[in-house]
Ligand binder design. Structure first.
Ligand code: HOZ
Length: 432
C-alpha cells in the first residue's frame, strides 16, 4: 500500500501548534488517541473531503454529525448566499427565527416553544439551568459516557474527547460545581430508581443522549427510555433528551419519535444549523416561560438565532422532509453495516457493531456494548491501526473509538462498496 503523503498537513500542524493550543480548536480533532497527526482540510463536496495535500477521502465524520445532506449541498449554498446579501448578524429579531422555531415545534411533539443558541454546549447548559430554575431543585442525573458539551457540571465520566483522551474529567472544575451531578451507568434502570429514592425531592433533571453517540454508538435497552420517562414523571423530575446528534438524524423527530418517548426538554444542534454553528432547546410553554424576559431564568447570546445558521437549518429541514429520505439513509447504512460485518467475520476480528439509522460504531471487542464500562473494553490500539489503514485507503473515520460514523444522503453505493472493500484490507492488517 502506498503511504499517505500529508507533508502540507504536517507543516501546517507545526505552524498551528505555535498559535493554537495543541494546534487545534477542539481536542477530538487532534488525532492524539490514534497517535497520528491531524489532516488539514481544504474543501469538501458531497460525501468526499479533500486535504491540503490533495488527498481525497470518503468522509464519515460529517463534521461530527451535521452534514446529513452531504457537503456543500447546492440548495443550502443557494439559500445561504441569498440571506448573506442582507447582512450577517443583527443581534435583533428576524422573521427567519420564527420560521425555524415553527418547523421545530411542528416536528417535535415535546416542543411547544424554542430558544436558539449558537452551540450544543450552550443548549444543554441552558436546559439544565432552566430545569433547575423551573423545579427549584439543584441535583441532576447524567450517565457515564454521555457527552453534553463542556459545561463544568457535565465534565465527569463524559464521552467524546474526555473518553478519547481517557481522562475522568477536566481540571478547572471545582468539586463544588459537580457535587450536584449524580453519575450513573447508562441502561441501568435500577441505578436510577435507587438514586431517585436516595435523593428524594432534590433532583431537578435527568439528562441523557437517548441514543449515545459519544461513547461510540450505544443503543438504549428495550423499555429503558420509557422507564426513565415514568420514573421522572412520578417524581417531578424533568427528563431532558440531548438530541444534538440524534435530532433529525434518526428521524425528522429524532430519537424521541423513534422510541415514542416524550421528554420535557429537548436539546438540538448540529443538523438544525445545516453545517453552521447552532444550538436550540425547547419544551412545553409552561417550562419555557421560566426563561427571561418572561421568567427568572436568564440565558442570552449575541449570535443566537443567527440568520445564516437559521436559513441553512430551515432549508435542511425542508430537504429532509421529502418522501423516502430516511428510508434511503437506512438502506445505505444497512448496506454498510452488513458489509462491515462480513469483512470483520471473514478476517476473524473480534468486533461489535452498534448501529441505529445512519449512526454506526465498530468496537474492537466481541462483547456486547451497552454502556460506557463495556465500551471502554474495546481495544483502542486496534482501532487506531484500523483508522490509519482506512485513512491510507481514502476513508476518513473519526479519529477516536468513542465516536460515530455518520452516513449521509450523499454517500453513494459505490462509496459504501469502496469502504467495505477497504475494511477487508484494513481488518486483515489490523489483526496481523
Ligand atoms: N460531539 C462532538 C463529538 N462527538 C463534538 C466534536 C468536538 O468536540 O469537536
Amino acid at each position: 500500500m502506498k503511504s499517505l503523503k500529508i507533508e502540507k498537513s504536517i507543516t501546517l500542524f507545526e505552524e498551528a501548534n505555535k498559535y493554537l493550543a495543541g494546534g487545534v480548536n477542539s481536542p477530538v480533532r487532534s488525532f492524539k488517541s490514534v497517535k497520528g497527526r491531524p489532516l488539514f482540510i481544504k474543501n469538501a463536496l458531497g460525501s468526499h473531503i479533500f486535504d491540503v495535500d490533495g488527498n481525497e477521502y470518503i468522509d464519515y465524520v460529517a463534521s461530527w454529525g451535521p452534514i446529513i445532506l452531504g457537503h456543500a449541498h447546492p440548495e443550502i449554498l443557494r439559500e445561504v448566499k441569498q440571506v448573506l446579501k442582507n447582512g450577517t448578524s443583527f443581534g435583533a429579531s428576524t422573521e427567519l427565527e420564527i420560521d425555524l422555531a415553527k418547523k421545530i415545534v411542528d416536528i417535535y411533539p415535546s416542543i411547544e416553544m424554542v430558544r436558539m443558541t449558537s452551540s450544543g454546549t450552550e443548549a444543554t447548559m441552558s436546559a439544565i439551568r432552566l430545569a433547575r430554575g423551573y423545579t427549584k431543585k439543584d441535583k441532576i442525573i447524567k450517565f457515564e459516557g454521555c457527552y453534553h458539551g463542556h459545561a463544568d457540571y457535565f465534565l465527569v465520566e463524559a464521552g467524546s474527547g474526555i473518553a478519547t483522551l481517557n481522562i475522568p474529567g477536566s481540571a478547572g472544575v471545582p468539586d463544588n460545581v459537580i457535587k450536584d451531578t449524580l453519575i450513573l451507568p447508562f441502561n441501568d434502570i435500577i441505578a436510577v430508581k435507587e438514586a431517585v429514592k436516595e435523593y428524594n425531592n432534590e433532583i431537578a433533571a435527568v439528562i441523557l443522549e437517548p441514543v449515545p453517540g459519544n461513547m461510540g454508538v450505544v443503543l438504549p435497552k428495550d423499555g429503558y427510555l420509557k422507564d426513565l420517562r415514568e420514573i421522572t414523571k412520578e417524581n417531578d423530575i424533568l427528563l431532558i433528551f440531548d438530541e444534538i446528534i440524534t435530532g433529525l438524524r434518526l428521524s425528522l423527530g429524532g430519537a424521541q419519535k423513534v422510541f415514542n418517548v416524550i421528554p420535557d426538554i429537548t436539546c438540538l444542534g448540529k443538523i438544525i444549523g445545516g453545517g453552521f454553528p447552532v444550538g436550540a432547546y425547547g419544551g412545553s410553554i409552561e417550562i419555557m416561560e421560566s426563561l427571561a424576559p418572561l421568567g427568572p431564568v436568564y440565558q442570552a447570546g449575541t449570535l443566537s438565532g443567527n440568520p445564516i445558521a437559521v436559513s441553512a437549518g430551515i432549508k435542511t429541514i425542508e430537504l429532509l422532509s421529502r418522501e423516502g429520505i430516511y428510508e434511503e439513509l437506512e438502506e445505505k447504512s444497512n448496506m454498510l453495516e452488513r458489509g462491515l460485518r462480513q469483512a470483520a467475520e471473514s478476517c476473524k476480528v473480534n468486533y461489535c457493531i452498534n448501529r441505529i439509522g445512519s449512526m454506526l460504531t465498530i468496537f474492537f471487542t466481541k462483547e456486547e456494548i451497552n454502556d460506557y464500562q463495556n465500551a471502554k473494553k474495546s481495544n483502542t490500539i486496534l482501532y487506531s491501526i484500523y483508522f490509519k489503514k482506512m485513512l491510507k485507503l481514502g476513508i476518513y473515520l473519526a479519529p477516536s473509538q468513542f465516536e460515530a460514523m455518520f452516513i449521509s444522503l450523499a454517500h453513494s453505493k459505490d462509496d459504501i462498496e469502496k469502504t467495505i472493500e477497504a475494511s477487508y484490507y484494513a481488518f486483515k492488517e489490523t489483526i496481523k
